[in-house]
Design a protein around this ligand. Sequence first.
Ligand SMILES: *Cc1c(COP(=O)(O)O)cnc(C)c1O
Length: 357
Amino acid sequence: MQNFTVGPVQSNEAVRAIGYEQVPYFRTPEFSAVMLENEKLVKKFAKADDDARVVFITGSGTASMEATVMNVFTENDKVLIVNGGSFGHRFVQLCQIHGVPFTEIKIDSGKALTAEMLQPYESQDYTGFIVNVHETSTGVHYDIEMINDFCKRNSLFLVVDAISSFLADPFNMKALNVDVMITGSQKALACPPGISVIVLSPRAVNRVNKNSAKCMYFDLKSALKNGERGQTPFTPAVGILRQINARLKEIDEAGGVESEINKIAMVANDFREKIKDMPFEIVSESMSNAVTPLQPLNASAYDIFTILKDEYEIWVCPNGGELADKLFRVGHIGALTKDDNTKLVEAMKDMQRRGLL
Ligand SMILES: *Cc1c(COP(=O)(O)O)cnc(C)c1O
């Protein structure tokens, strides 16, 4: 089985070997050291401020999206949400549920965010901005420099869901004035799902400490307090946190975040080159290195996904809803090589010969 989805993705041998081990008890100095090292390396790779903090939530990416909305915004805020697909829509739902006033900037599938789209919101009474820097559902990577300029000019608190982009695309939290960055264990970190990560700028830490979130499990104040000594308020997914530790150290030793991004970019570019003459259209105006969104010209996208899975033992990533028949995605994150791309392209060429593509 070969997995080209966008998460969970393939893990390397070292990460899988840890999954086989017994899970240790965690209220120990040894586990605290693992957690403090995880915090240090995530900050390093996100290029966060020295005084930034990192919280590890046991829960998938959405748990950290929700914890962020609940802890940094209140009914006295007014936020702009970029909604270009299902992950943007999720922030709209979260703000609705938690009573955070918002305006949604709706973007058509595959389209980039432009300065003209932001123009009407210039010099208004907004306090925050939320964006999925890579809208994974459509494979559009937004212009974060432009977003940073807009937020700086308008003094907006900037929350960036970089769940599928962290370690795959260049990102500099401090230089881009990002207040909160979110990621998850099952994307480019290439570990099992179950842990999501919130990086908080010093300004975000202040906001969390001033607000009183009405919840226990997602109370980031208590997570931050416990985190000072490398602990969590409740039993975390200890095994996954150990796998994350191995992965972060491996990336650090292999040349850091730049080498990891280069590796993923190399696999992505190789794939995009190999499919140049195939009956697909790339529909995204601006892509991440993490994913290539493909619109088949002669076949249903969902059928392609099913045939590759059932007849070739290869998983690409299907889309849901309106896009199910139109679009599928090929991921480049996780333990993948150019040879793996060749196998996928060969399978698709075989489908072409069989008249299925
Ligand atoms: C994967 C992903 C998420 C998180 O989804 P979960 O299923 O909750 O892990 C959130 N935002 C983006 C942009 C993603 O790619």
